[in-house]
Design a binder for this molecule. Structure first.
Ligand code: 3PG
Length: 226
């Protein structure tokens, strides 16, 4: 088999363009589908064109569907996807990318078959190596703070070369700059970007200042991707 053919067989949808949209990705748990569209619009107004809606509420799939349909400028990802069934549901709802908290071969196969970009969760060197072997150019590092944070990423970057990371889990506004200053970190995700209170109280005016503070520091932290 030629190298060219082999590469084609291993082809996997590129996540580069999605992770380049914003250096901070809001990870949101939405309880009520009525909150979904105003929240997505508030994020767009705050300059953030990407959102990860986690499947941690019964309303999540409906929220993904609504945002995809009514806020076409928003790039919508589905998070906390670790079964084939969940992957199928969010694909049908229109999700443009899928984020898994850890390794799921069922989700990987489904995403590959349907050509949906996947950001797989990793925590150890062995897990990272698996995705590198599968041809991934970026992985999620989760739960970042528990798994060694910035120091662990520095160690992994020294061995995994060009691989990019999107750390999430336990990151706060105080820590985000430390992560973004690493050349291996393309963007940082987290729920701290939009407070639960702002969502539950539908206080969309509050989303912007919170985001702006995060964006201000991320804008100063250099180019995301070579
Ligand atoms: C995720 O799914 O990426 C994390 O749960 C986000 O973690 P955080 O809530 O600690 O930001």
């Amino acid at each position: 088999m030629s190298t060219k053919k082999k590469r084609k067989d291993n082809s996997y949808p590129d996540i580069h363009h999605i992770l380049s949209i914003s250096r901070v990705i809001p990870v949101v748990n939405i309880d009520n589908p009525k909150q979904a569209v105003p929240l997505a619009n508030a994020l767009l107004e705050g300059g953030v064109g990407v959102i990860e809606v986690t499947l941690r509420t019964p309303a999540a799939v409906e929220c993904i569907k609504k945002i995809c349909r009514e806020v076409p400028k928003m790039c919508v990802g589905a998070g906390t996807v670790w079964t084939r069934d969940a992957a199928k549901k969010v694909r049908k709802a229109g999700a443009q990318f899928i984020v898994s908290p850890g390794r799921s071969d069922a989700v990987f196969k489904y995403c590959k078959k349907h050509q949906i970009p996947l950001l797989p969760g990793t925590q150890t060197a062995s897990e990272i190596a698996l995705w590198v072997e599968r041809g991934f150019e970026a992985v999620k590092f989760f739960p970042a703070e528990v798994a060694g944070g910035v120091n662990a990423l520095k160690a992994y970057s020294s061995v995994f070369g060009e691989l990019k990371f999107c750390p999430t889990g336990g990151i706060t506004s105080q820590l985000v700059d430390d992560y973004l200053s690493l050349s291996s970190v393309v963007c940082v995700g987290g729920s701290w970007l939009v407070s639960k209170k702002a969502i539950s109280e539908r206080d969309w005016g509050r989303v912007n200042p919170e985001l702006l503070a995060a964006r201000e520091s991320s804008d100063n932290s250099g180019p995301p991707w070579d």
